[in-house]
Design a protein around this ligand. Structure first.
Ligand code: HEC
Length: 197
């Protein structure tokens, strides 16, 4: 009897490190696997419903760059000129698994001028400098139920908070974007990794 008890104790204690490592793996693995060590991106709103400027946009995943040059738009494109577009890491991981935008997804669009039209690689449009505000869209089905689950914001240079932009953003995205209010038709990196393609 005594021997039996000792044996049981020994067995349990020799298993303990295994249990412990299983718990550690369960806690650590999902973060490492989905976000590549990046903190989960989270849209932060104040009580007035203003969005806080998301940090580290340039470290998000680049999903493409459109260009609406002045010389092809009578000098006044709606968004001049290069549009560098980024998706937060958590949403990129979710997209790769599902081909959909997660609740809480954030997409940012930065504007860069055309700097020159020829380079060592040929004629074309080459980036100049950052210009204008940063546009951000956020998917939140409770907050933005009335605008197909997405909210639209614009951050000027010194703006730390932004109130939702006017209805024009929603209307154009609703009418023209290919999937869930996002212009996936222009974002090749997204389409390339979508399990739904
Ligand atoms: C007249 C149509 C139109 C309006 C108005 C418009 N957008 Fe867009 N938006 C586009 C198009 C087209 C793209 C993709 C191609 C590009 O970048 O030009 C885009 C892309 C975006 C993206 C990148 C993610 C995506 O949805 O594909 C964000 C973020 C964005 N717009 C925010 C805004 C905000 C904020 C406003 C309002 C201030 C706004 N947009 C108004 C047409 C529009």
């Amino acid at each position: 009897m005594l021997n039996h008890r000792i044996l049981q104790k020994t067995r349990l204690s020799s298993l303990a490190p295994l249990f412990l490592s299983a718990i550690l793996v369960a806690q650590v693995a999902p973060v490492a696997a989905s976000d590549h060590g990046h903190q989960k991106a989270q849209a932060k709103f104040n009580q007035a419903g203003e969005l806080a400027r998301p940090a580290n946009i340039k470290e998000w995943i680049s999903i493409g760059a459109s260009v609406t040059p002045k010389d092809m738009n009578n000098g006044k494109p709606a968004f001049p000129e290069f549009h560098y577009v980024y998706l937060d890491h958590t949403s990129w991981a979710h997209w790769k698994k599902t081909g959909e935008f997660r609740e809480g997804a954030m997409i940012a669009k930065e504007l860069v001028s055309v700097g020159s039209k020829s380079s060592a690689s040929g004629s074309g449009y080459f980036a100049g400098d950052y210009v204008g505000p940063v546009a951000v869209s956020v998917k939140d089905s409770k907050r933005f139920a009335k605008s197909s689950n997405w909210g639209y914001f614009v951050f000027g240079d010194d703006k730390a908070q932004s109130a939702p932009a006017d209805e024009s953003c929603v209307a154009c995205h609703q009418a023209n974007a290919a999937q869930d209010m996002v212009f996936t038709q222009y974002w090749a990196p997204l389409r390339a990794v979508s399990p739904k393609k």
